[in-house]
Design a protein around this ligand. Structure first.
Ligand code: AMP
Ligand code: MG
Length: 354
């Protein structure tokens, strides 16, 4: 386990030594409560262990409130989100931004630097062109692609504390590859403040877990088996996160080539490498961003990045050939339990939420 994970677990322990009733936890039986609400365009499912439903409801309501608050900052669909409001900044313009936007920009710019620009939240103009290409089933026109590339590039952003300056006009920030992960981390943090130590937050496939269910060693989260027909395996996680990126459902096929919704910022083109990347990391913000970055970097460079990232592991499925080829980082197998069931989806055994 990496350094980052150890810190996260340590922090989790601090405010949670006693439950809401003030009794030591061992004296109180914890029940599982599960919830689902749509946020950021995906179902956010939260499962928590709490002493009673009132405690669970209260903490989970605050977690959802926090996710909704983050959506109002990071959404590129909402006309009045903070990110949308930045689009009108002129070249050389400067603006004060919220602490959340500043915090996630710092993480995003650091991720761009660590990935040689494979991950880049300034890809908005390119993503927009490829969304249009999906609708029209036509490749973006070269002139439009060239213009969108001029309006993209993390080096066009200058951040000093909470002051953001942009060096080009029509900047479109796109946090689609990192904001759901950040929202999962924030939900886990808010739950912890609300006295919930054992939680799972699933933001449409980006999943963060805190401490394992009571009397269990870990959360078990189902993953696809390596080969079709093999029984499903599970990832065994505690105080960790997992995210998956790929073009399984969001792509456009033009002249026999499938272009992904993930764009290589260095070429402006939708990916055609046909990878599905699953990353485990100490937190969901990193897992989400790393899964997208590794998709762009490809298997070789992607694995190198993951091996150098404390607490991170990954599995990459390559669907480009007749058979699916799977490569994994050195510690990934240790996180897999071939015989385990899926605890992120075990609705049947869960008491109803509110
Ligand atoms: P994910 O599903 O987490 O891999 O995120 C994909 C989404 O992130 C896309 O739909 C875009 O909105 C955005 N995106 C696409 N390419 C990139 C990239 N290279 N770096 C950062 N964000 C990207
Ligand atoms: Mg991502």
């Amino acid at each position: 386990m990496g350094f980052g994970t150890t810190i996260l677990c340590g922090l989790l322990l601090l405010p949670c030594c006693a439950n809401q009733t003030g009794k030591p936890e061992a004296a109180t039986r914890l029940e599982r409560y599960s919830y689902a609400e749509t946020h950021m365009g995906v179902p956010f499912r939260i499962s928590v262990y709490a002493s009673d439903k009132v405690v669970a409801n209260k903490a989970v309501a605050k977690a959802y409130k926090r996710i909704a608050e983050l959506n109002r900052v990071f959404s590129d669909y909402l006309k009045d989100s903070e990110v949308t409001s930045l689009r009108t900044l002129p070249a050389g313009g400067q603006v004060q931004i919220s602490p959340d936007l500043a915090a996630l920009l710092v993480r995003s710019i650091a991720m761009s630097q660590r990935t040689d620009g494979a991950f880049d939240v300034t890809v908005g103009p390119l993503v927009r062109l490829w969304r249009r290409a999906r609708r029209r089933k036509q490749l973006p026109e070269p002139e439009l692609l060239a213009k969108a590339r001029e309006q993209s590039g993390f080096r066009l952003l200058k951040l000093s504390e909470q002051t953001l300056s942009v060096e080009a006009s029509s900047i479109r920030l796109d946090f689609g590859a990192i904001a759901k992960g950040y929202a999962c981390d924030e939900a886990i943090r808010v739950l912890r403040v609300g006295g919930i130590r054992h939680a799972l937050v699933d933001g449409g496939g980006d999943i963060a877990v805190s401490e394992p269910p009571p009397n269990r060693d870990a959360w078990r989260i189902q993953i696809e088996p390596e080969k079709k027909g093999e029984p499903a395996a599970a990832l065994v996680l505690k105080c960790q996160s997992v995210a998956t990126s790929g073009d399984r459902y969001r792509f456009v096929e033009i002249d026999g080539k499938k272009y992904s919704h993930i764009v290589d910022p260095r070429t402006g083109l939708g990916l055609i490498n046909r990878l599905t990347v699953t990353v485990v990391a100490a937190n969901a913000t990193d897992a989400d961003a790393l899964a997208s970055a590794v998709s762009v970097l490809g298997s070789t460079k992607g694995l190198q990045l993951i091996e150098s990232w404390p607490g991170a592991e990954c599995s990459i499925r390559d669907h480009s050939g007749k058979d699916v080829r799977v490569v994994s980082s050195s510690g990934f197998a240790r996180l897999v339990d071939a015989a385990a069931s899926d605890e992120s989806r075990g609705q049947a055994t869960i008491p109803d939420g509110p």
